[in-house]
Design a binder for this molecule. Structure first.
Ligand SMILES: [Zn+2]
Length: 302
C-alpha cells in the first residue's frame, strides 16, 4: 500500500485561480457571479474567485455586495494594499510598505471578520525586500506576469500570474494558458480587473464574452477531473497543508495530521492510496474500503 497526498485537490492534473483586482468594479463583479452561476448550472462546477481589495477603494455599497458574494461562496478576498501603492519595490520607503501590509490586513479583517492570508502587489514591481517584508504578514504574495507556477517548488512570496486583457478578441489565449497548466501539471493564477462589452476600454479590461467562454472551458475540464479551479486562498491553503501534513501508518490505521494553525489551514486534502489487494482501512478513525489500484480519497482536515 502506497499513500501520498495528491499534488492538487481532487487529484486534478493542474490548478487555476481567478483573481480580480482592486475590489471596486461593482457591475462587473455582479456579472462575474452571473457567469459563475451559469457555469455551475451547465457543468456542476462552482467557481470561487479571489477579490484583491484595495482598502481605500471600498465603500459601504461595495462592502455589502462583497459580503453577499463571500457568503454565497463565489468570492473570497486578499489584500491589494491600502491605497494601491504602485511599484511595491525598493524605492517604496520601508515604513510605507509596512503600513500597506499591516493596515490593509487589519482593516480588511475588521470589515469582513476574516484575516487575509494573501497579498497581491498592485502594478507589479516587486523586490526581494518587499517580498520579505510581506512574508512576515502573509502566507503568499501574487506578483506580476510570468510563467505558470511549479506546485512542487512553490515560491509563495512570488506567485506569478497571467493577465486577462481587452486585446483578447476571443478565448484562444486563455484556452492556451489553461491547456499549458494541465500539460505541465502547474498552478496558474489569472489576474482580471473588470469585464466590459465595449470595444474601446483600457487594456486592464477583459471582454465579457471571452471570460464567459473561458469559465465554461475551465468548468468543463474541472467537471472531468482534469482541472482544480480554486480561489487563491484555497489553493494556497491546500499547498501549505500538503507540504506540512504528516502521514503515519500503523497496520490498517492511517493517520494524517497537519500542525499548521487550524483556524486558517482547514482545506480538505486528497489522498491517493495505491493498494495491491482489497483492503479495509481507517483514515483518521473513519473506515474506507480500498479497491485494487489507485484510490482517491478526500479527507476533511478539521
Ligand atoms: Zn490593482
Amino acid at each position: 500500500m502506497e499513500i501520498k497526498i495528491a499534488k492538487f485537490f481532487g487529484n486534478a492534473r493542474g490548478a487555476l485561480s481567478f483573481t480580480f483586482d482592486d475590489g471596486c468594479y461593482k457591475e462587473s463583479t455582479l456579472k462575474t457571479i452571473e457567469i459563475f452561476k451559469m457555469v455551475e448550472a451547465k457543468t456542476g462546477v462552482k467557481i470561487k474567485a479571489t477579490s484583491a481589495q484595495t482598502v481605500g477603494f471600498l465603500h459601504e455599497g461595495l462592502i455589502d455586495m462583497w459580503k453577499i458574494a463571500i457568503e454565497e461562496g463565489y468570492y473570497d478576498i486578499c489584500s491589494h494594499s491600502v491605497d494601491h501603492c504602485i511599484g511595491y519595490n525598493d524605492e517604496t520607503p520601508e515604513e510605507k510598505r509596512l503600513y500597506d501590509a499591516e493596515a490593509s490586513r487589519d482593516k480588511l479583517s475588521e470589515i469582513y471578520g476574516v484575516t487575509p492570508i494573501c497579498f497581491a502587489i498592485p502594478g507589479g514591481g516587486e523586490s526581494e525586500g518587499a517580498c520579505q517584508l510581506l512574508s512576515r504578514h502573509y502566507y503568499a504574495n501574487r506578483v506580476g506576469e510570468g510563467p505558470i507556477n511549479d506546485p512542487d517548488n512553490l515560491n509563495f512570496m512570488r506567485l506569478t500570474s497571467f493577465i486577462g486583457r481587452l486585446s483578447y478578441e476571443n478565448v484562444e489565449p486563455c484556452v492556451k494558458f489553461i491547456d499549458e497548466i494541465i500539460a505541465c501539471e502547474g498552478y496558474g493564477i489569472q489576474i482580471n480587473h473588470w469585464l466590459t462589452d465595449k470595444e474601446q476600454d483600457v487594456h486592464h479590461a477583459q471582454r465579457t464574452h471571452v471570460f464567459e467562454d473561458e469559465c465554461l472551458y475551465a468548468g468543463k475540464l474541472a467537471s472531468e477531473g482534469k482541472l482544480w479551479i480554486a480561489s487563491l486562498n484555497d489553493a494556497v491553503k491546500y499547498f501549505y497543508e500538503r507540504n506540512n501534513a504528516k502521514i503515519t501508518t500503523q497496520g490498517d490505521e492511517i493517520t494524517i495530521k497537519c500542525d499548521l494553525d487550524a483556524s486558517i489551514f482547514n482545506h480538505p486534502l486528497t489522498l491517493v492510496i495505491t493498494a495491491d489487494a482489497e483492503k479495509s482501512v481507517k483514515i483518521n478513525g473513519a473506515p474506507y474500503e480500498l479497491k485494487v489500484g489507485e484510490n482517491v480519497i478526500t479527507i476533511e482536515m478539521r
